[in-house]
Design a protein around this ligand. Sequence first.
Ligand code: MN
Length: 722
Amino acid sequence: MDIKTKIDFLIERVQKQNPTADVEKIRAAYECANAAHEGQKRKNGDPYIIHPVSVAEIIVEMGLDTDSICAGLLHDCMEDTDFQYAQIEEKFGTSVAELVDGVTRLGRLHYSKEQEQMEDLRKMLIAMAKDIRVILIKLADRLHNMRTIQFMTEEKQRSKALETMEIYAPIAHRLGMQRVKWELEDLSLQRLDPVGYQEIVDGLERQRPEHEEMLERIKKTVGKKLNDSGIKNSISGRVKHIYSIYRKMYAQNKSVDEIYDICAVRVIVESVADCYNVLGYVHDLYKPIPGRFKDYISTPKPNGYRSLHTTVIGRSGVPFEVQIRTKEMHEMAEYGVAAHWKYKQGVEKSDNEETYAWIRQLLESQQDTEAEDFIKAIKVDLFSDEVFVFTPKGDVVNLPAGSTPIDFAYGIHSAVGNRMVGCKINGRIQPIDSVLQNGDIVEVLTSKETHGPKRDWLNIIKSSEARNKIKQWFKRECREENIEQGREDLNRELRSNLLYSHFMESPEIQENVLKKFGYPSLEELYAAIGYHGVTVTKVINKVKDEVIRARKRENVRQPLTERVKHTHSESGVIVEDIGGNCKVKFARCCTPVPGDDIVGYITRGYGISVHRKDCVNVKNSNPDDRDRWVKVSWDENHIEVKGRFSTALQITTNDRMGVMNDVLQTLANNHINIRDFNGKTLSEGYGIINIVIDVTGLAQLDALTKRLRSLRGVVNVVRQTA
Ligand code: MN
């Protein structure tokens, strides 16, 4: 068929699928691609344009939209010619340009053949594509290349086949595109194990008359039964695809003639109820093999596949598989994600919300959950907590999202990180604290002259690997500096917690603290704090524990009445039972305000923490900590001095537009200072607003709560606890 006829056929088919499709745009894209590839030839001598047109045919077959078809026609333009993004955008719009650009980018990835990297590569490919259509076009591209691979060198054939088997077929599977997956697998197998492949082809050819006869018989028997029962159906029989037989042969260590369930029958009916009815009839006609029935309708596969499967024994004693599903399930099984577009164009509107819930889950589209917007903004955010980048050699390095070139350098080797002086991202010099993006090629610039990592790198990096390695370096390299730094840090914290003299003047406390962390001397402890081997907070907490313990020992010998000393505090709270001046803070879990019943807790890090008596953390506190709870009360004199107290409220709304605004307005009208305000939408139309505000006390808070409750759209207002 000549190329002109081919494109006419293609357009005719598009029109049939979707009478409103913009076929002029498709024709223009073809003309444009044709001009761009003018004079280029494929390996087999055909004009190059055959390839993009064939890719477009596959895309039409998948049922994708006009922009995807255009992008399919233009997909090799940016790569192979000097056609630029801007030109495509001008002629065909941003959507087409971005699709072509996305496919081109994926084409530039290079794959190493390390087995353990394959999952990372698959993830990266999906993460990079952003728009799911890019992946679908890339799959179409790969499918056509695999169909015409015989003209490449044998080595190239093998490496492409391996890549297809390891990366593209699993992606097709993940997207539920069985038909593409099977063909990719069979084409790859043919190159990877030509002998094994041929053995199966020959075996199937030998058995073909039997298979055909058997399938005919089953179709007739089942068809008659269903027609008699008034169930509309269409039945097809097939031999399973070659790679699945191949896998069975290897798993069971059998030859092709020993594999039995090679034949499969598919029954397509009109309703889910009919699926189960058909199952009943099939089990009446043939004996089912126990344990082989699978209900993927009630429990769909993770990729959205739905069907009933059963394996039964035929009249001749040969088992065969029966798959039963509705038309919709069938489309989904064959075309997976792509079926979405197919339905979209179809005349009948199917229940989109229901059917495509799984795609939404799969893609985790964060903003646009509206069905209409969804299609426009499909973003693949499956792996948003990871980022995948390349070494200049093309090895993939997988890092936590937000990682920097420093993380990357330590991911390669600690020696690389320790000598890092700069970096290049995609060939350009960039700051070493830049945030890496998927697909970036990162090169670390090193120097032997450097003095090693900087301390502030510890605040920049994301990966624990880099953190450990940097700490290691500090531990080894600069003992003197560490001791100085550690001494300074610890003393400062001891002083600010009023523990300095306790610690310095009590050899017993010192010894217990050192023993707890396993350091032989104070100097070693300083050094450890210096290189971040132990945090200063941990040490302070231990010191505090020891001080409390020591004080308790002393207190036992004193009469109880002498222990009670009232301490005024600027915080507006009187702490009983504790000597000396002590710091008071209000617990964040329950944010007490004057008027609340309160209780105090001796914290490990910062003085007394004041809770409401009804706070869950008080109720659930560890009985071993009983000694830490102390009596506290509001100090009327100082409440006035302090004036305002922060507290947190949680407001549940039914997500009415503007309810946030009403809440803010109410707070403003009551002259309430807002410290923090954030809202989020929950599912089922509910929303949560969390606010932190300053109030004078319980009376004002209660009045405000009442006002907020009376707002339209507000379902509930509660004090926040924990
Ligand atoms: Mn191509």
